[in-house]
Design a protein around this ligand. Sequence first.
Ligand SMILES: [Zn+2]
Length: 311
Amino acid sequence: MKASVVDGYPKGNKMKILIEDAEASHVNALRRAIMADVPKMAISKVMFTLGVNEDNNNRGEVYESVNALPDEVIAHRLAMIPIPTQPDEGMAFPEECEDCHDLAEDDKGCPRCQVLYSLNVRGPSADSDEPYRVVRAGDLTNVSDPVFDISEEMQSIPITYLAQGQFLEFIAFATLGRGRDHAKWSAASAVTFQPRYEAELKKPKKASVLFDLGLTTSDGRAIDAKLFTSKKCSDVSTVLDLEKALHQVGHGTGRDADFDEAIVLNKIDGSYVFSFETDGSLAPEAVFNMAIGELKSRFSDLGEDLDRAIA
Ligand SMILES: [Zn+2]
């Protein structure tokens, strides 16, 4: 199996990888590994402060720990916030942490296996013109290593609204986990692959039915005969764009008879285009490499088990 990043990727958190000399079942194992096995950080426990606070500085204004959303929903929303995962920081899974796995359930959790965030936000004061305040991911204060600070692009994620007289206060604990245990630990979404094709220009005259539509590729080039060299086009991104464009002249468009399969897509055996997008907790390259690592370790484990079973 050979893997290479498709030109122009990664785009932000999106990734496309060309996989060659592979079987679909192997590529699918990689897909499953990315969704279920690659570990990442997510908030998994929240301790809310409940009660009534009196503000001594501001005419004794009273704030109460109520707001528009139930605590469970807030905890769920916190779990979905991408927590920067630093594979090199040596974070341990809570159930495997050497420093605290012997402790009672309530005492578990130490700097090696969890990251702490605190939040303490009040709604607008009584004399404010603002009817409410939005609590955002950026309001979370990281009380652990600064490498786990919520990244700038995620800080605007809304968590809830607070009206006058309301406050929200909690401590949240992020831990390392795997997507197979809960979707909040899934490192990437939209993990898909498709066979790789090569486009062939068979009937240049009839292909004008497509070329005259004035379509462009995703990077802005005109879809016309210039995309083909010696009647072939094999650039991965361009072929994907052509595949989309061909829907405009396919069955049911009324153009298919004139077009008469002037351009065909030929499948390249053993070659796949693999794509996914991370939530921002991990870089897409890291996710792919970690998935390969997970598969390697699993198959070598299997190899040892087999040896033992046969011996
Ligand atoms: Zn621990």
